[in-house]
Design a protein around this ligand. Sequence first.
Ligand code: COI
Length: 353
Amino acid sequence: MKITLTKSPKAKPDFGKLGFGKYFTDHMLVMDYIADKGGWQEIEIIPYDEFKLEPSTTVLHYAQGIFEGAKAYKDKAGNVTVFRIDENFKRMNKSAERLCMPALDSKKVIDALFELLKIEKDWIPTESGTALYIRPTMIGTDKTLGVHASHDYKFYIILSPVGAYYAHGLAPTKIYIEDFYTRAALGGTGEAKCMGNYATSLKAGEEAHKKGFDQVLWLDAQEKKYVEEVGSMNMFFVIDGVVVTPMLNGSILPGITRKSAIEVLKDAGYKVEERRVSVEELIKANADGKLDEAFGTGTAAVISPVGQITYKGQDMIINGGTMGKITEFLYDKITGIQTGRYEDTKGWVVKVC
Ligand code: COI
């Protein structure tokens, strides 16, 4: 691995006012895949800068691009840690397979990421609700307008000190159930973390924002009956004391926070069901006073309470529009494990330095 350090480090932002994804650290990791040179080349850590890409670069036309989201933390003793990073690279390789892209040597890339994190450790914020967001990305870099899998690729990791994903922090979000547009269909790329999935979601997101909602809750593409996910989060509902989340069906992203939340809740004695959840069931539960809580899970969103879900003009106000007890328990537990406030009994937290 080759390391070139910046000669002009940037001034750090106010870690108390970070927002999400607005600032980037001094360095990044890059690695090219060149088919004619035998595949993946040497990993380099270089100063954060622009890429030079020809306008014909294939990702700029046909979106052959995938990414991940992970977080690094600094605990009270100053140890730098990451949360379940192995799961991110497992998922990235699955996304790569789905998008006809080359697999990464996860161990080699994680080791190199740790070197990058050591260099950037002063960029890790420690204020409550903050972290250093890790964004590994891979793009097709052939220079061609032909539609086929690229031969060459660029893999890179950039780092961004972040606060809460939603501008209003932990205040419960208002979510709009989208009954026309579709995010992903079975056989499509819904369970891959690929760029196109997010582009697809923009139109409905914009329309929902205009109506005063924070996010769109997607339905299954075939019957428009079952809830799937919220683009940036997997969804959970507490119905009559039971935690229910849409089962992974091929068009839902297999969230790492989702998986962790299920384990933490089960360990704490909650009943958790992974199954199909219809809008009709939510409406009925709400009418019966049994839709106790709703929340989303995601790396960026962490555990995010949902205070209102609206379907075809019908509002479901959840827990009086406030954060519920199970949501609060989970937020505390997950962020506590991630930041070292609670003991990690599962080997999810790995020390970097
Ligand atoms: C993440 O949670 O890491 C994501 O990639 C979601 C994105 C919308 C920020």
